[in-house]
Design a protein around this ligand. Structure first.
Ligand code: S3P
Length: 439
């Protein structure tokens, strides 16, 4: 599927975005482990989260989906069964890494795999702590790459210092730790998104967090409950960015999750001079707000502090687009993790900007973008990466002539309705052409 994207005028209107992907994965998997029923309101219904739900079903979990609600009858202790086939998590790093933690505590064999992109992504970061806890993990290249086999069983607690600030590693270890004997202690080099910790607390699990470390006693079973999933800030971000750079824009995005471990993009836009207001709506475990943006079209490049990186990690390709549409230099460093996302996002972001005639320097762990505000229409490619496809569309809105974005089927992993939502704010900005790459 190819999109044709026309340069747009100011964006106007009020929208909502689909449910948060990270929170939905956690709700499905913690719901599957819980005692009792978990009722999840407005989860993300998309390929990534469908794969996680399907995996839970293959493990014997009963789920009922009706309208915007998914009910999960939890297995409680010992309730999952050995799946009779390989579990394919598609494109989802979160799905596969969290499941590895869950399965490590269950006395059976599972084989986990994913699509071409996921089969290239590093799995040793979860294999190492899970092996230390006593699970038998194997896979290609000694457990570095999928497919991965997990033979779970009795787990012991560990003290683990993660070499990367990764919420997927942290969540994997915490989910395994629930099933272990003794107290697991986990440290990470910087605070990654903390949705798992928040949801565990909501589900009655005792967990202490202080001075950069987490401690969790084993043999705890989460209790099923109602979970309301807020809108995904990572999906909202595309419209926040587009409105911030296009002068005269005025948009409101309702009911977005504004967990501070995720709002780096808002801090980034504000630091560049964007006018953004956050209207708090409530906090039932996760803070939720309406976000209003007024486009000034007058943004100035910045040096992004490295401590912001975990909270803006998935929005860095988009931040590069904003930088290209602003004045002055923007430097992003300390983001080497981008190389092991759905694509090598340092290289795919740099290529996207170069196609639009933007001056950009690729670094090992980031890039430097020279903003001139002059963007050329181009033939962009998604590289099979949903966030690169959507970031390219936002760049194309700001170009001097129409662009195309090819191979956009990948947006179904997180946000199939992206073109419609963009068109709601900027009529006829995106046209969809079914068919092949040039469509
Ligand atoms: C996620 C954590 C982040 C993020 C990913 C989703 C999660 O990855 O990039 O899109 O839901 O835990 P890492 O934790 O590996 O950095």
């Amino acid at each position: 599927m190819t999109w044709t994207v026309s340069p747009s005028g100011p964006l106007r209107g009020e929208i909502t975005v689909p449910g948060d992907k990270s929170i939905t994965h956690r709700a499905f998997l913690l719901g599957a482990m819980a005692e009792g029923e978990t009722v999840i309101h407005r989860p993300l219904i998309a390929e990534d989260t469908d794969n996680t739900l399907q995996a839970a079903r293959s493990l014997g979990i009963e789920t009922v989906q009706s309208g915007e609600t998914v009910k999960i009858r939890g297995s409680g202790p010992g309730g999952l069964r050995e799946p009779d086939n390989i579990l394919d998590l598609g494109n989802s790093g979160t799905g596969v890494r969290l499941l590895a933690g869950l399965l490590s505590g269950r006395p059976f064999l599972t084989v986990l795999t994913g699509d071409e992109s996921l089969r290239k992504r590093p799995m040793m970061r979860v294999a190492t702590p899970l092996r230390q806890m006593g699970a038998a993990i194997d896979g290609r290249e000694g457990g570095t790459l999928l497919p991965l086999t997990v033979r779970g069983g009795e787990l012991r607690s560990i003290e683990y210092e993660s070499p990367v600030a990764s919420a997927q590693v942290k969540s994997c270890v915490l989910i395994a730790a629930l099933q272990a004997t003794g107290t697991t202690v986990f440290r990470e080099p910087a605070l990654s998104r903390d949705h798992t910790e928040r949801m565990l607390l909501q589900m009655g699990v005792k967990l202490s967090r202080q001075d950069g470390f987490l401690a969790l006693d084993g043999d705890q079973i989460p209790k099923g409950r109602e979970i309301v999933v807020p809108g995904d800030i990572s999906s909202a971000a595309f419209f926040l960015a587009a409105a911030a750079v296009r002068e005269g824009s005025r948009i409101v995005i309702k009911d977005v999750g504004v967990n501070p471990t995720r709002t780096g993009i808002v801090r980034f836009l504000q630091a560049m001079g964007a006018e953004i207001e956050i209207h708090a709506k409530g906090d039932e475990g996760e803070p939720v707000a309406d976000i209003a943006v007024r486009g000034t079209g007058n943004l100035q490049g910045i040096e992004v502090p490295t401590e912001w990186i975990p909270s803006i990690i998935d929005e860095i390709p988009l931040a590069a687009v904003v930088a290209a549409c602003s004045r002055g230099t923007t430097r992003i460093r300390g983001a080497g993790e981008l190389r092991v996302k759905e694509s090598d996002r340092i290289s795919t972001t740099v290529r996207m900007l170069q196609l639009a005639g933007v001056k950009v320097k690729e670094l090992k762990d980031g890039f430097i973008v020279e903003g001139t505000g002059s963007i050329k229409g181009a033939a962009f490619e998604s590289h099979g990466d949903h966030r690169i496809a959507m970031a390219s569309a936002i760049l194309a809105l700001m170009a001097d002539s129409p662009s195309s974005v090819s191979d956009t089927g990948c947006v179904a992993t997180s946000f199939k309705g992206f073109p419609d939502t963009l068109n709601a704010l900027s009529p006829s900005a995106v046209e969809i052409h079914k068919g092949g790459m040039s469509g």
